[in-house]
Design a protein around this ligand. Sequence first.
Ligand code: TYD
Ligand code: MG
Length: 457
Amino acid sequence: MARTSETYVCQSCGNVTAKWAGRCDACGEWNTIELEIAEAPPPGALSSGAKAKGKAVAFASLAGDTAPEPRILSGNAEFDRACGGGLVTGSALLIGGDPGVGKSTLLLQVAAGLANAGHSVAYISGEEAAAQIRLRAQRLGVTKAPVNLAAATSLRDILATLKSEKPDAVIIDSIQTLWSDALPAAPGTVTQVRACAQELVRFAKSTNTAVMLVGHVTKDGQIAGPRVVEHMVDAVLYFEAETGRDVRILRAVKNRFGAAHEIGVFEMTAGGLAEVANPSSLFLAENEASISGAAVFAGIEGTRPVLVEIQALVSPSSLAAPRRAVVGWDSARLSMLLAVLDARTGLDFGRHDVFLNVAGGLRISEPAADLAAAAALTSSLLDAPLPQRCVVFGEVALSGAIRPVNQSGARLKEAKKLGFSGALVPAGAEDDALTIREAETLADLVGFIRAEATGAS
Ligand code: TYD
Ligand code: MG
C-alpha cells in the first residue's frame, strides 16, 4: 500500500522541511511554508524494485553528424532574437515577468505571427476567458490569425487536447494556474507547478512541440515559487519594464540553444508591443547640446551592440557621509570606481554627492562600462562636457589602468553607423572612420577632459 507523506514546502524557493516554521531557513521568506501531502512510493521501488529490473542504456560518442536544431520563426524579430534565432521545436521555454508587464500581449502577438507563418498554434489561458483574449486580439489587430484558443486549467484535459490536435507550438498562460488531479496539493503550490511543468516539458520533447510557459515573478525578481521550473526548461526569458516607461526588454537569462544575455527590445503602444529594431535610439538622450556629466557608452547586449547614455551628477555635499545613488548599474562597482578615481587621479569625490543613471531604463552589467561611467563622473565634477558625438568604453583596473574589452570592432562599427565621429577607448582599438583617442590610465582620461574644457573655452 502506498504511504502518504506530509512535508512542508516553502512556496518561494521549494525547500522541503519536516516541520512547519514561520520563516524559511533556505530563502529567509516569511509565511511561505505550507503543508503538502504526497503519496510516497513503496520503500525501495525507485532503485531495486522486485520485478522491474533496469535496462542497459546505450552510450554514444561525442563525434557524429547532428543536424542543427530545427527552429520555427514567429516573424517577430525581437522575440526570435531573444530566443536565439527562433523557437526550437521540442523545447520548453519559460517567460517570466511581473504581472501587467505585457507577457500575455507579447505571446498573443507571437502566436499570431506563428499562425500567420503557417504553423499550428494553441494558446491556452488559465487566467482569462476566451472572450477577453479575443478582445485583446482585436486591439492588437490579429483577429485574422488562425490561432487555436482555449481557456483551461486542468493538465489532464490540456494534454489530452494537445495530443489529439498536435500543434507545432503551444503557449500556456500561466504555469501557476495549472493543476493536476493526480496531486492533492492546491493549484499554484510548488508541488503542482513542478509536476505540471515536468509533464509539459516531457510532452514537448516527446512530440517535438515548442512549448512556451508563462510564469509570474515575485517582487524580488524570482519566478514565484517554482525556481525549480527554471532548471527544467531549455530557455528562460524575463520580460522587464522600467517603472513609468513604455520600454520593455525581453532578456534571455538561460538558453541551451543560443546566447544567454541576448535581449529583445519593445515599446508598449496602444496597439500592442512594437518591435524596436534600433534600441540605441531609445537609450540615447535627445538633446544635442553638450552638457557636462553625460557619456555615451558603446555596449554589447547579448550579441548586439547598443549605445546608451550614462548620466552623472556630482554636487558638493553637506552630509558627513555623502549620498551615492545609482540606477541601472551596480552600486558596488560605482563605489570601486570612485575610490580608484580618488586614489589614482587626485580628484576629490569624497565630499560630493554622486548620482549615476543609465538612460532609458537599461541595466548594464558589463565591466566595459567602467570608462564611460568614469568619464561621466569626471565630466560632471569638472563641469566640462565630453566632446560631442563620441563613444566611450573600457574596463578600469584598481591600478587605474584601462583594460581592453571584447568586441571593440563591433562597438565602433555601431557608433559609426549611428553617426558618431569619435571614440575614447583603451589602447589597441582601431578604426579608420572614427577619431580614436586612446586612454591607458584614468589619469589620461582626466587630462583629456581637462584639455577638452580649456580648448573649448
Ligand atoms: P498583459 O499582457 O495582460 O500583461 P501580463 O500578461 O504580463 O500580466 O498586459 C497588460 C498591460 O498592457 C495593461 O496594463 C495594458 C497594456 N496594454 C497596452 O498598453 N496596449 C495593448 O495593446 C495591450 C493589449 C495592453
Ligand atoms: Mg497575463
